[in-house]
Design a protein. Structure first.
Length: 315
């Protein structure tokens, strides 16, 4: 049996982590959650389990991977296994509405947001939204469903013509539009629940790169891709924000070990937090310039946890 188990649905996103685990000589297994079965009447293997399930799995043909992962996580937690980014993290990963409610519990400002099911309900909700606003999917990732809307009539026309893509879970969000003066977002990365660094992302003003997600609808904008077409990712030296301790408290309360939390500051200087990515990735070019590696730190954390569980002195 392995010491470390990685639950995921994306080989490309997981490869950098497995490379780091190989370099540390870790004994691990990667469980691809595209399909499988959960022997609930049996005990799961012993070890450290890391959940990397993504809300955008359905865009890669893995429609039911989050549901399968939820069954596995419940099984693991029932038997007292150590799970990093467990069932609570998965719940928040696949529901932005749940994220916003939990963030606000910790005094973290989020954009005004309304969740709705059905076109009539969406139009009714739009009547109370300040314009412009954006549409987005409740279960998203990769900027899914993000469109700027300048009026209720414009939304009605978009719904009529079918240009508003439905969310895979049926829940659509209308959200306050945040006007960043320099079209940038800041993503705060956390390892083992503690702040590691912040990266500033130049979105170029494009809604093809959702400010709530590190990857855009275009694969060339994936943060794991160092191609020249990708947006500008720059790690911010000595980043300091009063939100950091609030983010850490939020992560601790929700049993989230690894996450990227994104924020945007509007023209009035008000900062809004609008996404929590529990399946976090890193931009390799930005890290190389800064001299750090998020995946390496995750790998070290997992190895240390595995050694601690086995009663071996860790890093």
């Amino acid at each position: 049996m392995a010491d470390i188990y990685i639950l995921h649905e994306n080989d490309e996103w997981t490869a950098p982590l497995l490379k780091e685990l190989d370099e540390l000589g870790a004994d691990y297994e990667a469980w691809h959650m595209h399909e499988g079965h959960v022997p609930l009447h049996e005990e799961p293997p012993h070890g450290i389990f890391y959940n990397r399930m993504s809300a955008s799995s359905h865009t890669r043909g893995n429609r039911y991977s989050p549901e399968l992962t939820a069954a596995v996580l419940n099984w693991l937690e029932q038997h007292g296994r150590t799970v990093m980014n467990g069932s609570r993290a998965l719940y928040l990963e696949v529901s932005k509405a749940a994220q916003y409610a939990s963030l606000e519990t910790y005094g973290i400002r989020v954009p005004k947001t309304t969740a709705a099911v059905g076109d009539d309900a969406l139009l009714k909700a739009a009547a109370s939204m300040p314009v412009p606003f954006i549409t987005k999917h409740n279960r998203a990732g990769k900027g899914l469903g993000v469109q700027r809307v300048d009026s209720t009539d414009a939304l009605a026309a978009a719904l009529e013509t079918g240009t508003v893509d439905p969310s895979v879970d049926g829940v659509m969000l209308l959200q306050q539009y945040i006007d960043s003066p320099d079209s940038s977002i800041v993503r705060c990365e956390f390892i083992n629940g503690r702040f590691m660094y912040a990266v500033k992302v130049d979105t170029g003003g494009s809604f093809e790169l959702c400010p709530a997600d590190a990857c855009s609808l275009e694969e060339s904008y994936c943060p794991t891709d160092a191609a020249p077409a990708s947006p500008s990712f720059e790690i911010v030296e000595n980043f300091n924000s009063p939100l950091i301790p609030k983010y850490e408290a939020f992560l601790k309360a929700n049993d989230i070990a690894f996450a990227g939390i994104e924020q945007m500051t509007d023209r009035d200087g008000t900062t809004y937090t609008y996404d929590v990515n529990t399946n976090t990735n890193y931009n390799r070019e930005a890290e190389a310039r800064y001299g750090t590696s998020g995946m390496q730190e995750i790998a070290r954390t997992l190895v240390s946890a595995a050694k601690g569980a086995a009663g071996i002195e860790s890093y």
